[in-house]
Each structure stands twice: as structure tokens, then as C-alpha cells.
Design a protein around this ligand. Sequence first.
Ligand SMILES: Cc1cc2nc3c(=O)[nH]c(=O)nc-3n(C[C@H](O)[C@H](O)[C@H](O)COP(=O)(O)OP(=O)(O)OC[C@H]3O[C@@H](n4cnc5c(N)ncnc54)[C@H](O)[C@@H]3O)c2cc1C
Length: 329
Amino acid sequence: MILGLVTLENNQKELKTISSFVQKLKEEINKEAELWVFNFEFFNNFENFDNYIEQNKNLLSSFDKIINFKVLFEAGEGAAATDVYIPEIIENILLKEKINEFEYIVSVGDIIFSEVIPFVGARFNGSIVTQVEGIDENLLFLTPSFGGKCISYFKPAKKPVFITIRSFDYEIKEGNKIPEVNSKEVEIKSYDIELIDRVKQEEGVKLEEARIVVSGGRGVGGKEGFELIKKVASLLGASIGASRAAVDAGWIDPQYQVGQTGKTVSPDLYIAVGISGASQHIAGMNKSKFVVSVNTDPDAPIFNYSNIGIIHDYKEFLTEFIKLLEVSN
Ligand SMILES: Cc1cc2nc3c(=O)[nH]c(=O)nc-3n(C[C@H](O)[C@H](O)[C@H](O)COP(=O)(O)OP(=O)(O)OC[C@H]3O[C@@H](n4cnc5c(N)ncnc54)[C@H](O)[C@@H]3O)c2cc1C
């Protein structure tokens, strides 16, 4: 049996990824698949589950059974219900659920499951394959290496196999059958939380879903450089992004990091400003459809991945670009 894991917060693109992966895996091993949807009381989504199934029924048709995992939560003293650490809650639930009876446990490699899957996989002494992009006929799992320059083939040594999917696009066969839907309630009680800091997520287009991303690197020189990046992004209706060097320098929040240890993006347009093009950065943006780079160094590796390369000082370029965008807006 195959087990898919999602939260109600996973978007349609992520649902399509997991559903098409499970469809392919089912064809290879000819086993049934179950989907557990984690549905948190404190996000007030309990009453919307029927709509969720209705809206996503084609995307969910790879599954034979769906479980609406209702997570009821009682906050510890002094903590609000929303001050929880979701990966830890999911981990605690999965460890109690004997999921090792499934052969394959699959999720998308989002910020939550990238943490949950290796942790739970290790506790159940399973095989763990992360960032999967393909399955071959010998049931080997394909993952990109060296920033996508090579593909590695993994043969899991033992079951259960825990998998996170980086991207996967396979045709979902829409069945006539609507999966059976059941609910299960789990109660998390007296969860003691020490609230250290509260960071407000900046508003605007979400990085992973953005059709245009404007990313800044060390070459923008500081926080002021990112003000220009933000201005361009807002005029284009884009999300901002960043290299790790810019994040490490504290110029921009880690949630915007693109790359091997950051987010993976696949926008229609990726604008890389003052970014050299290290393989770890390329790993997060090489699925972009069109890349424009601005860099003073004509030999910067980023130009090898760019459709248009602009050899120029970023500040002068962005200042002129902003003027043009303001006129056309
Ligand atoms: C295990 C590991 C994981 C990593 N994960 C990531 C990751 O997820 N994401 C990531 O980005 N990196 C990651 N890195 C770091 C990566 O190796 C690079 O160090 C980093 O990407 C460099 O960032 P950068 O391009 O902004 O800086 P630099 O390499 O310093 O490049 C700055 C560029 O700006 C240009 N420049 C300078 N001044 C100007 C100007 N005025 N106008 C225009 N251009 C200018 C320069 O010519 C240069 O090309 C990882 C490294 C390791 C070891």
C-alpha cells in the first residue's frame, strides 16, 4: 500500500504533484493508495472539507481512500493555538499511527514535509529518498545532483520507503470512482510552547507560486539594494527571492532563499540581480522558463543559464528599469 501525506495548506500544484507521482507508483507496483489530509482545527478549515474534496476531485482520483485527519488542539498555558510547530505535531501523530505498515510513504518536499519525512523515516528505520523527480521501470527513484547537471538513481534498501517529491508531472487518469472519504480525529493536548519570537510573513506573491521572481544576491550590496529589488517586484506583480549569500548577510529573510537549501521555483520569468550562479543557487531556479541576469562580471556563471544577460551595474539598471515600469503602469 502507498500512503500520501498532505496538509490542507498544500496548494493545487502540490496536490497534482503528489497525485501524479502516486498514479505512476501505483502503475509500477499495482497496489492501492491512501491519502491522509492533515486538517488543523486552528486554521478553521474543518467545515470546508467537503468543498476541498469537490474542488480537487480530479487531482485526488489517484487515491482509493482519503482520510480527513482532524487535528484538535488544546494550547498550553500562555500560548495561542496558532503558536504551534506543525512539523512536530505531524511527526508525533505519524509515530503513533504505525505508518510502517505502508510500503511507500510519499509527500511533496515542502517546508513541512521536508522536515517530517526524514525524521519519521529514521524513526521507523525505513529508506529515505528526498527531492525525487522521477521513477524508472526498475523502481529506482531519480533525483537531481550537482544543481541538476546529473541525475542520481536510488534503489531503496528496505521498506518502508519514505519519499519527498521535488517535482513530478505525469498524466493523472481521472477515474469514475470517487475515493472513499473517512474522518479521524486526533487530539493534541497541553502542548507547552515557549514563544521566542513572532515573525510576520511579508505580504505579496508567494515565492513558490510566483510567475515572476526577482532575486537579489551579494552583488546588491546590502538592505538598500533589496529595496530596489522589492520595488521592481511590486511593479511586476512578482515575488522577491534571494541567494544564500544575501540571506546569510541578514539583508533578507531566509524564507526568500532560492536554491538547494532554500526554495525551488519554476516561474515564467526569473530575474537574477547580482547573483553569480553557484550550482547550489541554480538547483533552485533551473526550471525557470526565461531567465534574465544582471551582473557586472561578463564571466559570471549565471549567464550560462540566462536567456538574456545584462552586463551592467545593478543599481543603474534597476533605477532605469523602475522608471520604465512606472511609465508603463
Ligand atoms: C551545502 C551548501 C548549500 C547551499 N545552498 C545554497 C542555496 O540554497 N542558495 C544559494 O543561493 N546558495 C547556496 N549556497 C551558497 C552558494 O555556494 C554561493 O555561495 C551563493 O549562492 C553565492 O551567492 P551570490 O551569488 O549572491 O554571491 P556571489 O557568489 O558573491 O556573487 C555576487 C555576484 O554579484 C556580482 N556583482 C557585484 N557587484 C555588482 C553590481 N554592482 N551589479 C551587478 N552585479 C554585481 C558579482 O560579479 C558576482 O557575480 C550553498 C552552499 C553550500 C555549500
